[in-house]
Design a binder for this molecule. Structure first.
Ligand SMILES: [Fe+2]
Ligand SMILES: [Fe+2]
Length: 199
């Protein structure tokens, strides 16, 4: 009987986003993400606990050439332009999409706004694979610097559930970006005999 079977069913919590969980598990297990460092799995960040949503607007989608949105656009464009970079750029872009997703959720939880204007005008794609990876590397380095600055601000606040969640998320984002830096540096080392403008 339907009612009886329901009694024994393990029901998912209302409001659980199964695709969110699936894609988090997916990117955690890809070689393009640092699977030793995980996304926060506890608590919900709240407004008015010190962490300001505006601190994350630039990292989320500013037109600066290295925000999460700009990075995604850069990598999928480079993936289309340079066949030999395809797998690496697509893999990294998927991880950046999860970063964008988690930052968006954080901004909303903190009482901020995600529906903001943006443009991809500041992105530089490069005219060769080597130049493309140099631009990608530079974007990752800027992203780490930006997250590091936010982390300093959060560390200076009195501790609470929101600061703990935010610091764990920032640690995860920075671990992934550092892995991307290593991957791009390794690719450049392996292709060191090719000049930036070469085909
Ligand atoms: Fe990212
Ligand atoms: Fe990255």
């Amino acid at each position: 009987m339907k009612e009886k079977s329901l009694m024994f069913s393990l029901m998912r919590e209302r409001g659980t986003n199964l695709i969110d969980e699936l894609t988090t598990a997916l990117v955690n297990n890809m070689r393009f993400s640092d699977h030793n460092v995980l996304y926060p799995t506890y608590g919900v960040p709240k407004p008015n606990e010190g962490v300001r949503p505006e601190w994350f607007y630039d990292a989320y989608k500013a037109s600066n050439g290295y925000s999460e949105l700009d990075s995604i656009h850069m990598y999928i464009t480079q993936e289309a332009m340079f066949e030999e970079l395809g797998e690496m750029m697509m893999g990294v872009a998927l991880v950046e999409m999860k970063h964008l997703d988690k930052l968006g959720d954080l901004i909303m939880s903190l009482g901020g706004q995600v529906a903001r204007p943006g443009s991809t005008e500041s992105i530089e794609y490069g005219s060769s694979p080597v130049e493309a990876v140099h631009f990608a590397l530079s974007a990752e380095q800027s992203a780490v610097k930006g997250y590091d600055e936010i982390m300093e601000k959060v560390i200076a606040l009195p501790q609470n559930e929101t600061t703990r969640y935010t610091l764990t998320l920032l640690a995860k984002l920075m671990a992934d970006e550092r892995l991307h830096i290593e991957m791009f540096e390794e690719w450049l080392r392996e292709n060191a005999n090719r000049r930036r403008g070469d085909e």
